[in-house]
Design a protein around this ligand. Structure first.
Ligand SMILES: [Ca+2]
Length: 336
């Protein structure tokens, strides 16, 4: 039969192709998770953890701060929302694009950028930790780092409510912490900006594809997860140099730093805009009216970086839409 259908060999490599076989050739269990990690929560506990938190939340921010210009806005936004966000620590995430020579260099540059921003923000009370210097080598091998160790230790501390982990880069540090101490999945909630919207033709997105093993951990482990898709959702949070010049420039050291970071991206901003992607992950925690969300089965992604949906999977919360004007009004007000 296979010889009659030569394409079956390719289809057979897709997760759950034919309903039975996983992408790694293993037969998946009937359960939704296939990472070998224990089920951390019941379905009802997970759904409860995914409600919008009405109380101020304890937050750690995992950020590839230097890879672009949006993480800086997100970090500043979190630090300037103290009535909603108790910022406990910031973790430097690895990245590799034209602004770094590899994941280790990207992490180190992010660590330096975090220090610059915390200094401008006057937040010497917030510790910063170096993260992973390499991607996860395979699906169940964590990458140790000061950031992953701090996350494990911090998640084990007694506190009222969950520790909220906001990840706005490749999730190597967070996934590694979950592998090092799987029990923390019942003590944290993760908000992750990664992948594209369901229905988009692929999900080959920077945060997701850089460390696909780590991204799969977030989607498969059952940790309470709020996912902010990039194309199709976060991409609507666009601004321009002209807008920032009018509403941020000259409004204090922080506003000036962020304006200049943005302005330096292009020699000429004529008819150009950019997306403040990562800001959406913070906006979700600040005010439930800034985004529209829904509970949906956690998706899988194939080796070709396409979404695959299975209604039997555990639920995650996903951002479906955002109020661009309301988010930028709140952001600009807090940054100046
Ligand atoms: Ca980022």
């Amino acid at each position: 039969m296979a010889s009659s259908y030569p394409k079956m060999a390719v289809l057979g490599a897709l997760p759950n192709a034919g309903g039975r076989r996983g992408g790694d050739g293993k037969l998946p269990a009937a359960e939704w998770y296939d990472t070998g990690m224990p089920t951390p929560l019941t379905d009802s506990e997970r759904v409860a953890a995914l409600e919008w938190p009405t109380q101020r939340v304890d937050v750690v921010l995992d950020t590839d701060t230097y890879n672009e210009i949006d993480d800086q806005f997100a970090l500043a936004y979190a630090a300037r929302a103290p009535e909603r966000i108790g910022l406990e620590a910031v973790y430097a995430a690895p990245f590799h694009n034209e602004r770094s020579t590899g994941p280790a260099d990207g992490m180190e540059k992010s660590f330096a950028e975090i220090a610059r921003l915390l200094n401008i923000l006057g937040r010497s009370d917030v510790p910063a930790f170096r993260g992973a210097t390499a991607w996860m080598p395979e699906s169940e091998t964590p990458v140790s780092s000061p950031a992953a160790d701090d996350l494990v230790a911090r998640a084990h501390q007694d506190r009222i409510g969950k520790l909220h982990v906001v990840a706005i880069g490749a999730p190597t540090n967070v996934a590694s912490a979950l592998l090092l101490a799987p029990d923390i999945a019942s003590r944290i909630t993760v908000t992750w900006l990664g992948g594209h919207a369901r229905g988009h033709w692929d999900t080959r997105e920077f945060n997701l594809f850089q460390d696909a093993h780590a991204s799969r951990i977030l989607l498969d482990s059952g940790v309470p997860l709020v996912r902010v898709p990039c194309l199709g959702v976060a991409e609507h949070l666009r601004t321009t140099e002209a807008e920032l010049a009018r509403y941020l420039k000259g409004r204090g050291p922080l506003a000036d730093y962020l304006y200049q970071t943005y302005a330096d991206v292009y020699p000429d901003h004529f008819a150009k805009s950019r997306v403040l992607w990562d800001v959406v992950a913070i906006a979700w925690l600040i005010d439930p009216g800034l985004t529209t969300t829904a509970l949906l089965p956690s998706p899988r992604f194939s080796e070709f970086f396409t979404w695959s949906e299975d209604p039997r999977r555990h639920l995650i919360r996903e951002v479906l839409a955002l109020d661009r004007d309301a988010i930028l009004a709140d952001l600009f007000t807090r940054l100046r």
